[in-house]
Design a protein around this ligand. Structure first.
Ligand SMILES: [Zn+2]
Length: 300
């Protein structure tokens, strides 16, 4: 779909995630997948790979698109023998933290609007677009509101989630700590689809949210970010809040190029266009302001 790499990624990533389990169950010695990415730069893409407790753990790796094509050609000519040298290691768990900062609301400090991105990244690149950009635009939401002299009624809570890539352990810890107060979470936003031009807002929750978002879309129309897209999920780290009925949101971003770099050695700061980053900060800020300062909380 034009401009919507996310849908393509969701369709392809299952082979990387579940491939090792399916392969081992079928008797494979190892599992190789074609990298789940959009470009042919001969860059391998890493990412979450799953094992099941009752299925033998087999080595698993992603090969570049070019090498996947080569393997396919060779395999069509007869049996292929490969020697795998895989260097990744799984280290023991270590203590780590979500980074959380509250800007207390003036009237309802107990009511919380979450603006967030995730702090961790894969180690091949620097993680500038996945998800440095999401963390930055979330920080910008509070920074811009302060700069504009706007202090909302409700608390705006910045969260940089830890360990999204490993399976959202930081988000799980947050949900444990906040078991009792889902009702006071008025809305949650996560940006985790890069830093490219935003075209609108994904929302998850009641159908009425679409109506509620109309004025927000109008404000964002001049930067071309006016589309409103209902989605079952909005972000990996806020999925627990979505499940508890908290209205949740994410910027819709042009993801034509995101998956060329995502989870590769090429996820570096030069991929971030300052103007697009500012547009994403605008989406985050306008939406956070609407959620945090509306007369009535968003429908849930
Ligand atoms: Zn991410």
């Amino acid at each position: 779909m034009q401009g919507n790499g996310l849908d393509a990624y969701v369709g392809g990533v299952v082979y990387r995630g579940a491939g090792p389990i399916a392969g081992a169950a079928a008797g494979a010695a190892a599992v190789l997948v074609r990298s789940v990415g959009g470009a042919d730069y001969r860059l391998p893409h890493t990412g979450l790979t799953q094992y099941a407790p009752d299925v033998q753990k087999v080595p698993a790796a992603a090969v570049t698109a070019e090498d996947a094509n080569l393997l396919k050609d060779l395999a069509s000519q007869g049996p292929v023998k490969m020697r795998l040298v895989l260097t990744p290691q799984t280290l023991p768990d270590a203590l780590s933290y979500n980074v959380i900062a509250d800007w207390k609301g003036t009237e309802h400090p107990e009511q919380v609007v979450v603006v967030s991105g995730h702090l961790d990244s894969w180690d091949l690149g620097t993680g500038a677009i996945d998800d440095g950009a999401g963390v930055v635009v979330s920080m910008q939401a509070i920074h811009l509101l302060k700069g504009l002299g706007i202090h909302p009624k409700r608390t705006v809570r910045f969260i940089a989630w830890m360990s999204e890539e490993e399976g959202s352990e930081g988000a799980a810890a947050y949900m444990m700590d906040h078991k009792a107060d889902a009702a006071t979470h008025i809305g949650a936003i996560e940006s985790d689809l890069g830093a490219d031009h935003p075209t609108g807002i994904y929302y998850s929750g009641k159908g009425e949210l679409g109506q509620w978002l109309r004025p927000v879309a109008q404000v964002l129309d001049p930067i071309g970010a006016e589309s409103l897209v209902s989605a079952p999920d909005t972000g990996e780290d806020i999925a627990g809040l979505t499940e508890k009925g908290v209205p949740s949101f994410a910027p819709v971003q042009d993801s034509r190029f995101y998956f060329n770099y995502h989870h590769t050695a090429a996820d570096t700061f030069d991929k971030v266009d300052p103007m697009h980053l500012n547009e994403n900060a605008a989406v985050m800020t306008v939406l956070a302001y609407a959620l945090a300062d509306s007369a009535e909380p968003a429908p849930r």
